[in-house]
Design a protein around this ligand. Structure first.
Ligand SMILES: Cc1ncc(COP(=O)(O)O)c(C=O)c1O
Length: 645
């Protein structure tokens, strides 16, 4: 059944479903036209038929038509994401459902900043968020989420809220004193203590749930206006870092210790932007090294948490990755959460755990049956017909339910048009810590009873496309977030990636050699090409750069038969994954790698094409790819001085 549905999900590499899409586009357009015609028909016509025969009108239509033709011609120089030949960045074409959902809603141009500008699509957005929340195992009644322009903003919101949560007890302590109320709070070991008796270090280590309970208790302790005023005098988001630190020095004899954000070494570069933008500072971003499969080394995480605790440096958040940008590695989030639980027990230290599942989040759909129960790892392996996924992978996916927040991008493995990221928060109360009410969008009765319909008050962005919500919503209707829909889609890409991995492992490119990095956790295959004439990292990097140039759109006007990307892995954070790769390359020792500033250039093939593992007559883009790689090596060998000097 799902096998039969797959061909209906996309327009197709040769627009095989063009008639279907055209029919649906026409339907959506005509329906919108009827809507307009029936909206106050008594108004009559503004643009009259006679106006259409005027010279200026005809000129405007001619310009529009001509310029559109020009634009259409230009657009064909775009990237062929729809083709199995595209194995570059994490992009593929979009589902027909999302394209038509976007198109249909775009004609209405709803703005999901507030329900009064988007009576339909704000609700669709909240539906979509609840569906994603359910997919990761959150309780939709307790959690909250919404769409963003992408992963960067979703990640930003996670750290924005995490920062406000971690600092709230300090503000609450000052506010409670000013209000003359006494409150107590839960500590990492589960005990409760009066807020006023805690040291600055203890205040900065209150567990997430404890902080949010404290927030509720504070608002109940005095009239709202008084609490608001008291918080304004003490909270970081009102005072800003400088004033806040000055006050802390006065109150506790201790300026605000620099808090750090722990991130997996594979973390996307958005995290650096975010810590800079939030005033946390790029120096406070601490990279936790990877293990031999590019997953966060949780042993190293524990050691780092311990040494930070010794220095009394608070941890704002720990960011674990589910589907790393370069390798699609899935951190063992269950172990990350175990490190936090141990830190709470043994060190009195806690922090917000965020999962950056911008890429891999949709893979959680693999773990669900249609009836809403979980699929054990063995059952998934049987249906995939392969050794994937491991039990540990499934445990990591199931652990998403326990992360404090998660970001997932529908515009990546959700196959919907840009812009569509999503931010999910396990405990919806956290959104109140960043809420702002604008005077021109005052809450109404509806909003008072359903405040979530006024998204703008809780999110970083303002105006935002309701069309994106319609796109995701319709796509989720056609492809459910379980084994029948997105789960199947992701599975097919994994099978395709594993076929490519096996084909590269067996390929004979003599005298060139392919050194594969570990098997991917999802669908990004990484490898390095080597030639016996090359004996240094620098030369091997240069070879791989040249192959990349042959197989990418990096050169203007290039039309490579297959398209890949490349990245550069560096010491020390990638040391854990380099042992077997360096052994296989045989060009340098671990010590030499550690001393090299160059790092290792790695070629990347992202397999988001769900047809990659289809049997004939589907085109075989695995064999084709290996042949293209061989061709690129031959071109480099013929043209290049690198291998002869
Ligand atoms: C793991 C991860 N997080 C965050 C992002 C940022 O997403 P966006 O480009 O949608 O802002 C990316 C983008 O590739 C990513 O791979």
């Amino acid at each position: 059944m799902k096998e039969d549905s797959l061909p209906a999900w996309f327009l197709g590499p040769h627009a095989e479903n063009a008639e279907l899409l055209e029919r649906l586009v026409t339907e959506a357009l005509r329906d919108h036209v009827f809507w307009r015609r029936n909206y106050h028909p008594e108004d009559g016509f503004t643009i009259r038929e006679t106006a259409k025969h005027k010279e200026g009108y005809e000129q405007a239509v001619a310009t529009l038509t001509q310029e559109l033709m020009g634009l259409l011609a230009e657009l064909k120089r775009g990237v062929p994401f729809f083709s199995g030949r595209y194995k570059g960045h994490m992009s593929f074409e979009q589902t027909i459902a999302s394209q038509i959902g976007y198109f249909a809603a775009m004609l209405y141009n709803p703005n999901n900043v507030a329900v009064e500008a988007s009576p339909v699509t704000t609700r669709l957005e909240l539906d979509v968020a609840a569906q994603l929340a359910r997919m990761i195992g959150y309780d939709p009644q307790r959690s909250w989420g919404h769409l963003t322009s992408g992963g960067t903003v979703a990640n930003f919101e996670a750290l924005w809220i995490a920062r406000n949560i971690i600092y709230l007890p300090v503000a609450a302590s000052g506010a409670a004193e000013a209000l003359g109320v006494s409150l107590d709070v839960a500590r990492p070991d589960g005990s409760r203590a009066p807020l006023g008796e805690l040291s600055l270090w203890e205040l900065l280590n209150i567990p997430n749930d404890g902080v949010l309970d404290l927030w509720d208790a504070l608002w109940c302790s005095a009239p709202r206006a008084d609490v608001k005023r008291a918080l304004q005098e003490h909270s970081l988001s009102d005072l800003g870092y400088q004033d806040y630190a000055r006050r802390l020095a006065r109150a506790f004899g201790d300026p605000l210790p620099a808090s750090v954000v722990l991130v997996a070494a594979t973390a996307h570069y958005s995290w650096e932007k975010i810590v800079r933008a939030l005033g946390i500072g790029a120096n406070q971003l601490v990279f936790i090294p990877v293990d031999d499969h590019f997953r966060m080394d949780t042993g190293a995480l524990w050691e780092r948490v311990r040494s930070l605790a010794t220095r009394r440096q608070p941890v704002l958040a720990c960011v674990s990755v589910c589907g790393s940008t370069e390798e699609s590695a899935v951190d063992h989030l269950d172990e990350v959460l175990e490190v936090r639980a141990r830190a709470e027990r043994e060190l009195g230290v806690t922090f917000h755990v965020h999962s950056d599942a911008c890429y891999g989040g949709y893979a959680a759909a693999v773990t669900w049956r249609a009836d809403g129960t979980r699929r054990p790892a063995g059952e998934i392996r049987t249906s995939v017909g392969d050794a994937w996924p491991s039990d540990a992978w499934v445990r990591a996916m199931e652990a998403l339910a326990r992360a404090d927040s998660v970001s997932i991008d529908p515009h990546k493995l959700g196959y919907v048009p840009y812009p569509a990221g999503a931010f999910l928060l396990r405990d919806r109360r956290g959104r109140d810590l960043v809420a702002v009410d604008p005077p021109y969008l005052l809450p109404t009765q509806t909003l008072d009873s359903a405040p979530e319909l006024f998204l703008g008050r809780f999110i970083f962005e303002g105006s935002k496309p309701g069309a994106a919500a319609a796109a995701v919503w319709l796509s989720h209707k056609v492809l459910p977030l379980d084994e029948r829909g997105y789960g199947y889609l992701v599975e097919r890409t994994v099978v395709g990636a594993r076929r490519l991995y096996a084909a590269l492992a067996e390929a004979d490119l003599a005298p060139f050699r392919i050194v594969l990095l570990p098997e991917p956790d999802i669908n990004i295959v990484c490898y390095v090409v080597h030639h016996p004439a090359l004996t240094t990292l620098e030369a091997t990097n240069a070879l791989n750069e040249r192959i990349y140039e042959q197989m990418s759109l990096s050169q203007p006007g290039a039309t490579p038969p297959y398209i890949i990307t490349r990245t550069r892995l560096r010491s020390p954070v990638y040391d854990g994954a380099m042992g077997s790769v360096l052994d296989a390359l045989g060009i340098c020792t671990m010590e030499q790698w550690k001393c090299s500033d160059d790092g290792l250039v790695v070629l990347r093939s992202t397999v988001m094409d769900p047809f990659a593992a289809e049997p004939p007559p589907a085109p075989d883009h695995v064999t084709g790819f290996v042949a293209a790689l061989r061709g690129a090596c031959d071109v480099v060998a013929r043209r290049d001085d690198l291998l002869t000097n």
